[in-house]
Design a protein around this ligand. Structure first.
Ligand SMILES: *Cc1c(COP(=O)(O)O)cnc(C)c1O
Length: 232
């Protein structure tokens, strides 16, 4: 198997090619190395051997156990779902929350951020395929909820995020990435409100996501290898 440094170099080079195909600058796109289920040593190696400083975690307890073991200059994004009783504990430890999935959750974030004197940066998760089992704002309903969201003055809402349903090939995910970008464009023009971040694309489809405007790709397996099986 190739080294961790080789895999980071390969993914970054594929990101650059995808950006070039779309006439974009590679520097506009951030690689969020998804390190859930990876031990702290794997993150340390990614930092020391590949210069990676930005990591995405989806479980609070796991992330909080790793953070103190690693250099203070690493940057952390939360990419999962937070139970309500964990928002307070999570807020100070992540520079961006990718998966704010409902108005109700946004209101909880607002209340707790006000109590704690914090101004969290967040992305709204959109259920781009309208799957019944998935978290996220419904694309058709989101424009109508925007006013209520904008009233939450402790939240810095900076963009949209999606996790499309599994597809057979990367190309099949393109329509979901287009849908997220178009929704973002519509919200921006209707609300005159900047939503610069599009968090979309994972190991299997990040190049297509970049071609469609992703500013943040969340890549785990292609960098770190297979994770141990999920248990929830
Ligand atoms: C696990 C996870 C990823 C990374 O998935 P890979 O297929 O391993 O690249 C990206 N985004 C979210 C929200 C995840 O939970």
């Amino acid at each position: 198997m190739s080294s961790l440094a080789d895999r980071f170099a390969e993914i970054r080079s594929r990101m650059e090619s995808a950006a070039a195909r779309a006439g974009r600058k590679a520097g506009e796109i951030e690689l969020v190395a998804v390190s859930k289920k990876q031990p702290a040593e794997a993150l340390r190696a990614a930092f020391e051997e590949a210069g990676q400083t930005l990591f995405g975690e989806s479980r609070l307890q796991e992330a909080r156990a790793k953070q103190p073991e690693l250099p203070g200059r690493l940057r952390w994004h939360f990419i999962g779902h937070l139970q309500k009783n964990k928002i307070r504990a999570a807020l100070p430890h992540f520079e961006l929350f990718h998966g704010l999935e409902s108005l109700d959750t946004a209101q909880q974030f607002q209340r707790i951020a006000a109590e704690e004197g914090l101004l969290p940066r967040v992305l709204l998760e959109v259920n781009v395929a309208g799957e019944a089992s998935k978290f996220g704002f419904q694309p058709a309903a989101l424009p109508g909820q925007l006013e209520a969201l904008l009233a939450l003055d402790r939240l810095s809402i900076e963009g949209l995020m999606c996790i499309p349903p599994p597809v057979a090939k990367a190309e099949d995910a393109r329509r979901y990435f287009v849908a997220l970008r178009e929704l973002r464009d519509r919200l921006q023009s209707e609300a005159r409100f900047g939503l610069p971040i599009l968090s979309m694309g994972m190991s299997g489809d990040f190049e297509v996501a970049i071609e469609e405007g992703a500013t943040h790709v969340r890549v785990g397996t292609a960098l770190f290898g297979e994770r141990k099986k999920e248990e929830g």
